[in-house]
Design a protein around this ligand. Sequence first.
Ligand SMILES: Nc1ncnc2c1ncn2[C@@H]1O[C@H](COP(=O)(O)OP(=O)(O)OP(=O)(O)O)[C@@H](O)[C@H]1O
Length: 311
Amino acid sequence: MPSVITIQGLTKTYKSGHQALKPIDLEIEKGEIFALLGPNGAGKTTMISIICGIVTPSTGTVIADGHDIQKDYRAARTRIGLVPQELTTDAFETVWATVTFSRGLFGKAPNPALIERILRDLSLWDKKDAKIMTLSGGMKRRVMIAKALSHEPDILFLDEPTAGVDVELRRDMWGLVRQLRDQGVTIILTTHYIEEAEEMADRVGVILKGELILVEKTATLMRKLGKKTLTLNLQEPMTVIPPELAEWDLSLQNEGGELEYAFDAHAEKTGVPSLLRRLSDLGIAFKDLNTRQSSLEDIFVSLVHRDGESA
Ligand SMILES: Nc1ncnc2c1ncn2[C@@H]1O[C@H](COP(=O)(O)OP(=O)(O)OP(=O)(O)O)[C@@H](O)[C@H]1O
């Protein structure tokens, strides 16, 4: 896939002296959904703001759809739609006026048919004459998306699109993002909801303390770093793990009622059959067993943890 955004050696040190971004190199592929995942203060908004021309980088370059975001700002910015975290819309305007005005800001000719389609796609059509202040929080978020799409960008940035929205609206947003991707829009979203990245993104970038520590296809990441857990529901609770089982990475859960074994599902020898044989030899009976693939959340927590240890 050709890349639609090329970031090279991008850094940002704020006037306060705080280095929000360490040198970042990243290619965003055309038509992908890329999730930038990181805890609060990791540098996600800083990175997006630089690409969208709101914050000036300290060093480095960003090329968006063939245009340097600093040297060729207007051309680059026209290709990009931004849905910021904060609602930045005039409360007294109507939905129709504010979305139409946004398109005009990019010097594009009026296109009422397009605005109508965007509002219909976002289920905002019956609110087109409503003043922004009368809308619910979820509706206001949809208006922010409509504004960002009004000038027909090829690249859409969504900064924490579902922070603080209810589960239903989150699902709606996900559906909408997929629909946009199917129309050929490249989507970059920031999130600290792991579930969102796992569910939505083709690729994930993990940013911690201004450093992009990992970029990987979501599926590869899950496969590579993912472990499996085997849980055995014991017939009789255990107080300690017998020394005969020391060679397996076991732990007791639920007051000794469950024996858990964490293993690498891709290893040639998982250790599962030999564990089950040994349990049988020791007369340890279980009522039920199940295995669970570790989620992106487990992976993320272990990465953050690892980073904390090395810091
Ligand atoms: N204008 C500024 N001046 C000085 N420091 C700033 C400025 N803006 C952000 N920072 C700092 O840079 C770091 C990265 O902030 P940024 O907003 O990019 O993080 P984030 O990953 O988007 O976090 P969140 O998920 O909370 O939005 C933080 O430590 C923040 O305090």
